[in-house]
Design a protein around this ligand. Structure first.
Ligand code: SAM
Ligand code: SF4
Length: 318
C-alpha cells in the first residue's frame, strides 16, 4: 500500500494494552492509568481481524507494544494468531523485559521473532528510581531468556535522561562488544509525562558521539529505520541513535499504528486518528477505510511549536 508521497506502508505497530507494571517517570504518572473497560479495548479476535486487513493490504512487519504488552491477557494467543497471517516477514515486540523470563520460550514457540527491551540504566538503584518500582534483576533475566530461546537480535532501547544516565553511555554501549546486541539511544520526546521534565532532562544524542569518539558509522541499509547506526571497533552489535523529533526519516516513513482502543494513527506526532474499532463493530469494510486513511498520511511531522500530542506514550506504544 502506497501513500500519496510514494512511501510503501508495510509496518504496523500495535499497542495491545495501556497498562504497565512499571511507572517510568517520563512515561506514566505515579498512580498509573485508569483501567479501560473490557468493551473499550479491542478483543483478541478484533486485533486479529484488524491486523489481517492490514496484512492483506501489504503490511509485512508487525510490532506489539503497549503499555507493557506482556501484561495483556491473551498475549500468547495474540502472538499466535498474528504469526499465522500470511505474508509476515518480521514480527517483534517492544517490552520492558520484566516478564520476559517467564514468557520468552512461549513467545518464541508461538511465532514471535525478536524483542526490543527498554533499559535506561544498568544500576539497580537507578532502575528502581526511574521506573519507580522495577527490579532490574528481572530485566536481566529476561534478556538472558530472550537470548537463550533465540528472540534475536535483541535491541536495547535507552531513553537519554539528562543528569540520570548520561554517565552510563559508555557502559551501555559496551553491551554491544561481545554479543550481537544492539543498543539504541533515544532522545526524550515531549509526550505525556515527559512534557513536564523535558526542559531540564532532554539531552541530545550528540552526547553519545562526544563520549564515544571511536564510533564508526555503519552504512544505512534500511532507510525507513529512525536510527542512524554506529559500531564500536570490533563490536558484534551496533549502536543506534534515534532522534524522534528532528529525525530526517519522515520521507522514508513506512509505519502506521493501532492503539489498544482500535484507533489507527498515521504519524506518532499527529493527533489525527481513525476509529477502526467502530468500523469493525459496525461491519464496515476495514480495508477500504485503511486505504482511505493512508491517503491522508502526513508528509512529515506537523505539530507547531508549543503543540503536543494528546495521547501518551503508553497509549501509542512508542
Ligand atoms: N512498556 C514497553 C517498554 O517500555 O518497552 C513498551 C511501551 S513503551 C511506551 C515504548 C518505548 O517508548 C520505551 O522504550 C520507552 O522508553 C519509550 N518512551 C516512553 N516515553 C518516551 C518519551 N517521552 N520519549 C522517548 N521515548 C519514550
Ligand atoms: Fe511502562 Fe514502557 Fe512506559 Fe516504562 S516506558 S512506564 S515500561 S509503558
Amino acid at each position: 500500500m502506497k501513500d500519496p508521497f510514494g512511501r510503501d506502508i508495510n509496518y504496523l505497530r500495535i499497542s495491545v494494552t495501556d497498562l504497565c507494571n512499571l511507572r517510568c517517570r517520563y512515561c506514566m504518572p505515579e498512580e498509573g492509568v485508569p483501567k479501560l473497560s473490557h468493551e473499550d479495548i479491542l478483543s483478541v479476535e478484533e486485533i486479529e481481524k484488524i491486523t489481517k486487513a492490514f496484512v492483506n493490504l501489504g503490511i509485512n512487519k508487525i510490532r506489539l507494544t503497549g503499555g507493557e504488552p506482556l501484561l495483556r491477557s491473551g498475549i500468547l494467543d495474540i502472538v499466535e494468531r498474528i504469526d499465522k497471517l500470511e505474508g509476515l516477514k518480521d514480527f517483534a515486540m517492544t517490552t520492558n523485559g520484566v516478564l520476559l523470563g517467564r514468557y520468552a520460550q512461549e513467545l518464541k514457540n508461538r511465532g514471535l521473532k525478536r524483542v526490543n527491551i527498554s533499559l535506561d540504566t544498568l544500576k539497580d538503584d537507578k532502575y528502581r528510581y526511574i521506573t519507580r518500582k522495577g527490579n532490574i534483576k528481572y530485566v536481566m533475566e529476561g534478556i538472558e531468556a530472550a537470548k537463550k530461546v533465540g528472540l534475536t537480535p535483541i535491541k536495547i532501547n535507552t531513553v537519554l535522561v539528562g543528569g540520570f544516565n548520561d554517565d552510563e553511555i559508555e557502559d551501555l554501549a559496551r553491551l554491544t562488544l561481545e554479543e550481537e546486541i544492539h543498543v539504541r539511544f533515544i532522545e526524550l520526546m515531549p509526550v505525556g509525562e515527559a512534557i513536564k521534565h523535558r526542559s531540564n532532562k532532554y539531552i541530545s544524542n550528540e552526547i553519545v558521539l562526544e563520549k564515544l569518539p571511536e564510533l564508526i558509522e555503519v552504512k544505512r541499509k534500511d532507510l525507513s529505520s529512525p536510527a542512524v547506526y554506529y559500531k564500536l571497533p570490533n563490536a558484534k552489535g551496533r549502536i543506534g541513535l534515534i532522534n524522534p523529533i528532528s529525525c530526517k526519516f519522515c520521507s522514508h516513513c513506512n509505519r502506521v499504528r493501532l492503539t489498544a482502543q482500535g484507533m489507527m494513527k498515521l504519524c506518532l506526532h499527529s493527533n489525527d486518528e481513525i476509529d477502526l474499532r467502530e468500523a469493525l463493530r459496525k461491519g464496515q469494510d476495514l480495508e477500504n477505510i485503511i486505504l482511505a486513511a493512508v491517503e491522508k498520511k502526513p508528509e512529515s511531522h506537523h505539530l507547531e511549536d508549543g503543540q503536543y500530542v494528546w495521547k501518551k506514550m503508553y497509549q501509542i506504544g512508542g
